[in-house]
Ligand binder design. Structure first.
Ligand code: NAD
Length: 358
């Protein structure tokens, strides 16, 4: 295959911030078609890409023979119908997270893409953080020993502003748990394995945001257990006033094992904190340079804001998997498994009970 023709469906925030600069890093890739429900947003993306075909109807994109791959970056409710139609039409699929509004739809996306034998990927962008990749490498080689605890804390200040479709359950499925905690649910699976059971609290402190109803959670606390026996303790909030609302706000992952503890914050993209059993305490552990960029990426880690630019490697991985005819590092199956955990968390929050997963 020479030039890969891409279509992007949903050309809002994440497409401009992440998908377009990511595709720009890839050789022989052309953004041929764009789709967005909002004409002004579509025009901004058209000007940025020079795409020849634009439409507000995603079915017209899926029907085109000249499109090899689609990126789905719409509100969550539209991911399943678009992905399933794209798989049927033989397009490779990169879908934003959370994959769907429920686990059944997410599983169907993964199954249909597998059946169509196309490459497929879930945009769990934080898998590309250099420090998280190094942490995964160290854990898999056994440096933490038996892992007792997996912990994450993501705090942002979104105040009470209207966050659009994100505050409508019928469009988003859930609030903070799907929007932010889904990344950490996935990373827990990646590091440790499948979840066994969990109990969750989902709290809506802001039923009205800037005059508009909000029926989603803006705080989530999840206590869980992996099949390995490792405990999971995770928190995520949109209402941590004053801490900043972007990737510069507090975002930590910690692990305590029988041999050592590790932690990282997204703000320190090229460093972990590390402490050995019985040692003097946590100290900085710089990550080796080979982890600065994703294998196969031509990105210069010295260019741009390192808290943003690691995200561009996601498109590189997708394109390389298509060219190399191999599964993507993070598939729709990973997205579907995370969705199953989200569904279990919602059930737990509704019933006040522990929910078994495996
Ligand atoms: N991977 C990450 O780190 C990350 C970060 C941000 C957002 N996201 C995900 O990306 C997706 C989009 O988020 P966003 O922040 O870009 O939202 P956004 O609101 O900025 O953009 C969504 C776009 O989809 C368009 N749209 C709505 N309905 C449509 C339809 N039926 N057909 C075509 N276009 C339609 C909207 O007009 C809008 O331009 C969400 O699933 C979100 O969870 C992922």
């Amino acid at each position: 295959m020479s030039t890969l023709n891409f279509a992007i469906i949903g050309t809002g925030g994440i497409t401009l911030q992440n998908h377009l600069p990511g595709l720009a890093l890839c050789n022989d890739v052309k953004v041929t078609a764009l789709c967005d429900a909002n004409p002004a947003t579509l025009e901004t993306a058209r000007q940025a890409t020079g795409a020849e075909f634009t439409t507000s109807n995603w079915e017209e994109i899926v029907a085109r023979d000249d499109i090899h791959a689609v990126i789905i970056a719409t509100p969550n409710v539209f991911h399943p119908p678009i992905a399933i139609a794209a798989a049927r039409a033989g397009k490779h699929i990169l879908s934003e997270k959370p994959l769907a509004l429920n686990a059944a739809d997410a599983a169907e996306m993964a199954a249909k893409a597998d059946k169509a034998d196309v490459r497929h990927m879930t945009a769990f962008t934080y898998r590309f953080v250099p420090a998280m990749r190094y942490l995964h490498h160290l854990i898999k080689q056994g440096d933490a020993g038996m892992i007792y605890h997996y912990r994450s804390c993501r705090l942002q200040d979104w105040g009470t502003r209207n966050v659009g479709w994100r505050q409508q359950r019928k469009m988003a499925g859930t609030g903070e748990i799907g929007d932010m905690l889904s990344h950490r649910i996935d990373f827990g699976r990646h590091l440790i394995g499948e979840y066994k059971r969990l109990v969750t609290s989902l709290v809506n402190h802001t039923p009205v945001r800037d005059g508009a109803p909000n029926d989603t959670d803006d705080w989530v606390g999840l206590l869980g257990e992996f099949v390995t026996g490792t405990t999971a303790f995770m928190e995520s909030s949109k209402l941590a006033s004053g801490v900043n609302e972007s990737w510069r706000s507090p975002d930590r992952v910690e692990l305590n094992g029988s041999e050592a503890s590790f932690s990282f914050t997204t703000g320190c993209w090229n460093e972990l904190q590390f402490g050995k059993l019985g040692g003097p305490g946590m100290a900085a552990l710089p990550i080796p340079k080979e982890f600065y960029v994703w294998p196969g990426s031509s990105r210069d880690p010295g260019v741009g804001d390192p808290l943003v630019s690691f995200r561009y490697d996601q498109a590189v991985e997708f394109v390389n998997a298509i060219r190399e005819e191999r599964p993507c590092a993070i598939t729709l199956d990973d997205g579907a498994k995370a969705q199953k955990v989200i569904d279990a968390a919602v059930t737990s929050a509704e019933t006040g009970q522990w929910v078994e997963l495996n």
